[in-house]
Design a protein around this ligand. Structure first.
Ligand SMILES: [Zn+2]
Length: 350
């Protein structure tokens, strides 16, 4: 998509080059007729360039992205921005208020694109977001977490068969990229139909802040902005290590109902047959091993010690050709690098 100048209009607000705006996009009111709005922050550089949207909480209980965007917007580097950054820290406002992944109509916003002005509540919200934000951008990053009681290792999911998207994903710099098919009704599919390369960042757990995931997210967005020429590369900037590309992933499921003890952390490489966890009965005299049925790297896990048989416990990223050890080593290098990154010196950790 060609970029013509960098004047941009969102809702009723015109944002001139070299200025910023906080815009409240009206969405469906509450029952009480109280107004509800989707918050949009626009930072428009003096010089034209790419228009990047960064969105969070499309699933209303996925909160790491809200904090990633807060930290991103505070960075002094944005003063010299080239192009436009459009940040939407809370897309699914109703879901967030209810601490729920879904909208009050029980639909999933990320399966409701493109929607229309006359469709369901979810479809209307999807349509507003698509028309007012996504369609006005040249690139996008959408921030997610695992579901309730499930954590994801920081990872990018994207259509890596598309050369432009692959470049962005490599620039983001998580050690593992997952080549993921487009899902019907997803924002990624809607963006692809508009010709906009888009990354989905998955990290951490629903309803929790996770410092590692937050840091990796802020760092990754900055890496993408530098790659696109929106920010200059500082002298201290280190390009991210070459990521490993997983062509798919598979879930290891509970062989039996019971009490779960997990034996391997996120990011660990595992081999077919390795014991990943134990499921025991409440009397303590019967135990079942949970074994990996494929080799790869653990990129998602359950945190809940209570499981029913068949429940998804571990998500293993699968690599064609690459040794999983390589991916696992780059995960620990990445964790170390983020622990000492000067960018995060001022943050307070819990
Ligand atoms: Zn999500």
């Amino acid at each position: 998509m060609a970029v013509q100048g960098n004047q941009i209009r969102i809702g009723e607000t015109e944002v001139k080059p070299g200025s910023q705006a906080s815009i409240a996009l009206p969405v469906a009111k509450l029952y009480t007729r109280e107004e509800v709005a989707m918050p949009v922050q626009v930072i428009n550089g003096k010089r034209p360039g790419p228009r990047l949207f960064v969105s969070a909480a499309i699933h209303g209980d996925e909160l790491n992205g809200v904090e990633i965007i807060r930290r991103l917007l505070r960075l002094p580097a944005l003063k010299n921005l080239q192009g436009t950054l459009i940040a939407i820290p809370i897309v699914n406002v109703h879901g967030l208020v209810n601490r729920s992944r879904y909208l009050p109509d029980r639909r999933d916003l990320n399966r409701s694109f493109p929607g229309s002005e006359k469709s369901s509540l979810a479809g209307r919200m999807a349509n507003l977001f698509l028309n007012e934000v996504v369609a006005k951008c040249t690139h996008g990053i959408d921030l997610h977490t695992g579901a309730l009681h499930r954590s994801n290792l920081p990872q990018i999911r994207a259509n890596l068969d598309d050369a432009q998207t692959l470049e962005l994903a490599q620039a983001f710099g998580t050690p593992i990229l997952l080549n993921a098919n487009l899902r019907d009704g997803s924002l990624r599919q809607a963006a692809a139909e508009c010709g906009i390369p888009m990354l989905l960042y998955e990290a951490g757990e629903a309803l929790r802040f996770d410092e590692f995931s937050i840091r990796a997210g802020v760092q990754g967005i900055l890496n993408v902005m530098r790659h696109l020429g929106m920010l200059t590369k500082g002298r201290s900037h280190r390009p991210p290590a070459e990521p490993r590309i997983a062509q798919g992933s598979t879930w290891v499921r509970a062989p039996e109902s019971g009490i779960l003890r997990v034996l391997v952390p996120l990011g660990r490489e595992v081999h077919k047959g390795d014991v990943l966890a134990m499921v025991s009965c409440p009397y303590g005299n019967e135990e079942h091993e949970v074994r990996a049925h494929k080799s790869g790297v653990i990129i998602g896990r359950s945190h809940l010690p209570l499981v029913h048989e068949g429940e998804a416990l571990f998500n293993i990223a699968l690599f064609n050709g690459d040794r999983p050890e390589d991916a696992s080593e780059s995960v620990s290098d990445f964790q170390q690098q983020l622990q000492t990154a000067p960018l995060f010196e001022e943050e307070i950790f819990t």
